[in-house]
Design a binder for this molecule. Sequence first.
Ligand SMILES: Cc1ncc(CN)c(N)n1
Length: 222
Amino acid sequence: MGYRFTDLVDACRDDWHAYIEHDFVLALGRGELADASFRHYLKQDYLFLLQFSRAYALAAYKSHSLDELRGAFDGMKTILDVELGLHLAFCRDWGIGEAELSELPEARATLAYTRYVLDAGSRGDLLDLHVALAPCMVGYADIARTLNARSDTLRGADNPFDTWIAMYESDDFQAAARQEQAWLDDQLAQVSGERFARLSRIFADATRLEIDFWQMGLDLSD
Ligand SMILES: Cc1ncc(CN)c(N)n1
């Protein structure tokens, strides 16, 4: 039987929901998230994205075809050109420059998640790596759509986090997530039940680490 990306989600449905509809996300959608939580999250996310760029470089290294190389390049480009731009703009408004950001210590949640993904990718093949990366890219695209579908989400200038939602609902980000999901659908169609079970473990672990990342923002933990 051929598997699909949605089978990975179905295999850890409760954790996926806890990630997509985490209290941090819902409070951000209502515009009610504490400023300190958003700042802590965003600064750590800057450090997170630097490590995830390295993971896409690893994906390029593990590629076997021009298409796979382009996929890795596109993933890294989305991080460097789309996401990090917004993070730097927020930090600039708070009076925090790139030099200060690069000196920040990584919180334990940042270390755990990013190093887990790099390890899963180093140990395994390109599919293991992409499965570890999927909650990040596909998950945030899902979060933006979920927020927009909720009646308690506040959009526009009255929500201080509106530009954050706007970035993840943007055509560029949604297209990158669709491309990632389509690649995973193609690959998963060919794997055995045993391989799928191992991949499901990686996907569920990365999803749990996403939950911890939101919680780190809420708790201001380091
Ligand atoms: C922790 C985390 N996960 C996912 C994303 C979306 N690339 C992000 N910016 N940060």
